[in-house]
Design a protein around this ligand. Structure first.
Ligand code: COI
Length: 357
């Protein structure tokens, strides 16, 4: 399906632009949104860009009852030259396409999704911020909208995209090391479950542990496997990297780990730098032993929102493992500078990760 020219119904009441140093994350939205309807009978239809505003959803919409919905998260940047570029556009579109069948949601062809993203970002291009650590966060979403309470895949679905100018994900600013609680009891994703997909339900499943951790002064939790609670999986909403001695380890992709786009950037760049990189299972016992031996050099999370988020302390079974004196590690910093440099156009884009609008 090609979307053709997407009609644009412009707002007559543009929103005020917040100062770029007060953006926070995901609190402000641009003037427009894009919607495309899907029905089992007619497929995708009626792509349009309209003023940002509430959706009219039937209270029986199946997403509201059975959670049949998923999303993507990607970014556009205003480069040092003032031009707006999209970061790893096709990879994000492909990921949504590949994940949708797990939720029995219709998959928009990746080329069409990319076209939709570009069309909307073009309309709201002047919302893309330029301050350091800022970006335009792009949130494509698939929602089952059919009004039907039987449990089966919905025959009516809405794809929409909203845009949010954002600053650093953690209020304290990018690269501020966070304290993390190692969650031994609750599970984010089980084998055979939804963990490899950006299903809304995964984020719902993460909330209680995060709230408990925050109460105790931790920014987020480190997720262990859902069976023995022993093997490391993810950290908060991010993929996880651990530096033990000179080995950079990340858990291998599985049906309970999201195939992170920033994870892929980190693996690519670290391998090019000649670092020893392993995608292998890593147990919490090995992390504790590495810390005791003085070999736990760095721990960090990677994700679209925060890029690289260093961990300064892990709390595990009543023990506090302080990492790199609670300071940003050299590798975290180097990776952050490289990836954000390419995003901003101040370092060469050797992999074609940026797409012009
Ligand atoms: C990311 O790290 O990019 C995320 O997935 C966080 C997002 C859900 C806000």
């Amino acid at each position: 399906m090609a979307l053709g020219t997407i009609p644009v119904h412009r707002t007559t009441t543009p929103r005020p632009r917040p100062p770029e140093d007060q953006l926070g994350f995901g609190k402000v939205f641009t003037d427009h949104m894009l919607t495309i309807e899907w029905t089992a009978r007619d497929g995708w239809q009626d792509a349009k860009i309209v003023p940002y505003g509430p959706l009219a959803l039937d209270p029986a919409a199946s997403a509201l009852h059975y959670g049949q919905m998923m999303f993507e998260g990607m970014k556009a940047f205003r480069g040092a030259d003032g031009k707006v570029q999209l970061w790893r556009l096709m990879r994000h579109c492909q990921r949504m396409h590949d994940g949708a069948p797990r939720l029995c949601l219709p998959a928009l062809p990746p080329e069409d999704m990319a076209e939709a993203v570009r069309a909307l970002v073009k309309v709201d291009e002047d919302w893309v911020p330029s301050a350091p650590d800022s970006a335009l966060y792009i949130r494509p979403t698939l929602v089952a909208t059919e009004a039907f309470l039987g449990v089966r895949p919905a025959e009516r679905v809405l794809f929409f995209i909203i845009l949010s100018p954002v600053g650093a994900y953690y209020g304290a600013g990018a690269l501020t090391p966070v304290k993390i609680f190692v969650e031994r009891e609750l599970t984010r994703a089980a084998p055979g479950g939804l963990g490899a997909v950006k299903a809304a339900a995964n984020y719902a499943a993460s909330l209680q542990a995060a709230v408990r951790a925050k109460k105790d002064g931790y920014a987020q939790v480190l997720w262990l496997d859902g069976v023995r609670h022993e093997t490391l999986e993810e950290v908060g909403t991010m993929n996880l990297f651990v530096c033990i001695g000179d080995e950079l380890v990340t858990p291998p992709l599985s049906d309970s780990i999201l195939s992170g786009v920033t994870r892929d950037c980190v693996l690519t760049v670290a391998r090019e730098w000649g670092l020893k990189v392993s995608e292998r299972p890593l147990s919490i016992s090995e992390v504790i032993a590495a810390h005791a031996a003085g070999n736990l050099a760095e721990v960090f999370g990677t994700g679209t929102a925060a890029v690289v988020s260093p961990v300064g302390e892990l709390a595990v079974d009543g023990q506090r493992l302080v990492i790199n004196d609670g300071k940003v590690g050299a590798l975290s910093l180097r990776l952050y500078d490289e990836i954000t440099g390419v995003q901003r156009g101040t370092r060469p884009d050797r992999h074609g990760w940026l797409t012009a609008l």
